[in-house]
Design a protein around this ligand. Structure first.
Ligand SMILES: Cc1cc2nc3c(=O)[nH]c(=O)nc-3n(C[C@H](O)[C@H](O)[C@H](O)COP(=O)(O)OP(=O)(O)OC[C@H]3O[C@@H](n4cnc5c(N)ncnc54)[C@H](O)[C@@H]3O)c2cc1C
Length: 477
């Protein structure tokens, strides 16, 4: 139990990104007043472009929406069951993207902004919190993200006595659709997969011969890169968002097995000729006028990007709505610094959410925002919320962040690294499936598919039980 605090005292949330917006929604729907502090547009980050809440700074994809076979799809499903605003806005603004849930970024952000503005229990204040929050804010969620402004980051660093860990993220370029040469490129989703709102022909594909691919890799390696500042030189990359030229440095064939893999795609103009490599572009806005280069996050200088990327067949005349960029990222050593309710041990009035806690990705950040909001709302009512079971996607992610007492996590608290949700974070099944419903034995890959499906089914059943056991589920507004 926590102190006797009046629910009439507002809860302060700093940062209205993916996590802060979701947290504010959850808290307000629990009947508690929220002051949501957002520094944009008065002060921008290196990656945000707008004053919209929950702005997506890079890709417009929420990744797979397959709740039965994919861990992030499962997280989507759990968040929907908990009345997530981020999922509601994503579902309402989806654009075709094969098996993925991708969104019109402006429509998505506008929907989140509108919902929060219109909520009677939420006040939005546009100002930077430039240091530790005032001492009389007794229940605070800090959700300022990987690009937390320096005065606040420094104050948190001083409070924890730790240097925040840092790594690099890079963002991918966006191209105007009408500048792509469709006499060379074609529409197709990998394996013609039809996803939410998709048609099976949602990506633009630019094919390369072996010679073109080799020339492209050469040009990437030779392209001028952004200089590092002294303090940045030893900062490692996070593998999930490696710049394309860093991937190319790892081996000439690396890209062909990564973002440029040619499998599951066939050029309708030359069905018998197999492309050696393929660059894919995914729809970025509802109008279908902008496409982002999938997996092409980069730290090449702008001039080099235009030159090198216009060497891709189909993109010779490409006009870029945004070029790629490189940004530093920070996160807390959460297993050491945070308690099981995401509060800072050194100052429990401060609770953390989103990417700063060491999860990775839009959906994960929003998911941790959702849980932080429910924890904080319970605390405002002088109650304690039992965390979601470790068998759920939300619980597994929380377990990773707050200590990882699940045996399958290989990175212990001392080597804590940010992570996307994945099936490796879930406790093993007591009895892994060995047979199909008809009684015949599962073989090869069938076993791993059946295992994922069993973990997902267990997660949703356990989440429903957790909700039924007394969690106040926010009413859909
Ligand atoms: C360059 C880059 C590219 C990324 N690309 C992807 C991607 O493609 N796909 C993906 O899934 N994830 C990506 N991520 C990772 C992560 O999912 C996103 O950063 C996500 O937005 C994190 O959510 P968040 O709520 O923690 O932070 P944010 O969404 O960044 O929200 C934090 C908010 O806090 C505000 N703020 C910061 N400091 C203060 C302050 N002192 N006072 C008041 N407000 C403040 C900011 O303006 C911002 O609105 C990327 C991260 C970076 C840095």
């Amino acid at each position: 139990m926590t102190g006797m605090r009046s629910p009439s005292q507002p809860l302060h949330i700093i940062g209205a990104g993916l996590a802060g917006s979701e947290a504010a929604w959850q808290v307000a729907n629990s009947g508690i007043g929220v002051v949501l502090h957002e520094m944009r547009p008065g002060r921008m980050t290196e990656a945000h472009r707008t004053d919209g809440l929950a702005e997506l700074v890079c890709s417009n994809s929420f990744r797979s929406d397959d709740a039965a076979n994919n861990a992030v799809g499962l997280l989507h499903a759990e968040m929907r069951r908990l009345g997530s605003l981020i999922m509601r806005a994503a579902d309402a603004n989806q654009v075709p993207a094969g098996g993925a849930l991708a969104v019109d970024r402006d429509g998505f952000s506008a929907a989140v902004t509108k919902a929060l503005h219109e909520h009677p229990l939420i006040e939005i204040r546009r100002a930077e919190i430039a240091g530790l929050p005032p001492a009389d804010w007794r229940n605070v969620i800090v959700a300022t993200g990987p690009l937390t402004s320096a005065p606040l980051a420094d104050a948190i660093g001083a409070l924890t006595g730790e240097d925040a860990l840092a790594f690099f993220d890079a963002i991918a370029p966006i191209v105007h659709r009408d500048s792509i040469d469709m006499s060379i490129a074609w529409f197709q989703s990998r394996y013609d997969k039809v996803g939410p709102g998709g048609t099976g022909a949602d990506y633009i594909n630019c094919p390369m011969t072996q010679q073109q691919y080799e020339g492209f890799v050469e040009a990437l390696l030779a392209g001028e890169k952004t200089d590092f500042k002294d303090w940045e030189t030893n900062t490692p990359y996070f593998d999930g968002c490696l710049p394309i030229e860093v991937m190319a440095e790892r081996g000439r064939e690396t890209l062909r097995h990564g973002p440029m893999k040619p499998v599951g795609l066939a050029n309708p103009r030359q069905p018998a000729v197999k492309a050696y490599a393929i660059v894919q572009l995914r729809q970025d806005n509802k109008l279908g006028t902008l496409y982002n280069m999938v997996g092409f996050q980069t730290k090449l200088k702008h001039g080099a990007q235009q030159r090198v990327f216009r060497g891709i067949p189909g993109l010779q005349q490409a006009e870029f709505a945004r070029l790629g960029g490189l940004h530093r990222n920070t996160f807390l050593n959460s297993p050491k610094l945070l308690d099981a309710q995401l509060r800072l041990r050194a100052q429990p009035r401060l609770r953390f959410a989103g990417q700063m806690t060491g999860c990775e990705g839009y959906v994960e950040s929003a998911g941790i925002g959702l849980i932080a909001g429910l924890f904080a709302a319970a605390e405002a009512r002088a109650e304690v919320l039992v965390p979601p079971p470790a068998t759920t996607a939300l619980g597994a992610l929380l377990g990773h962040i707050t200590g990882g007492h699940i045996e399958t996590i290989d990175a212990g608290p001392r080597s804590f690294q940010p992570m996307n949700i994945n099936f490796g974070l879930f406790p093993p099944l007591a009895t892994p499936p060995t047979r199909k419903p008809d009684g015949s034995r599962l073989r090869g890959n069938e076993k791993s598919v059946a295992k994922k499906q069993a973990i997902s089914a267990r997660a949703l059943a356990d989440l429903d039980r957790w909700i039924a056991d007394g969690l106040p589920v926010p009413a859909a507004a």
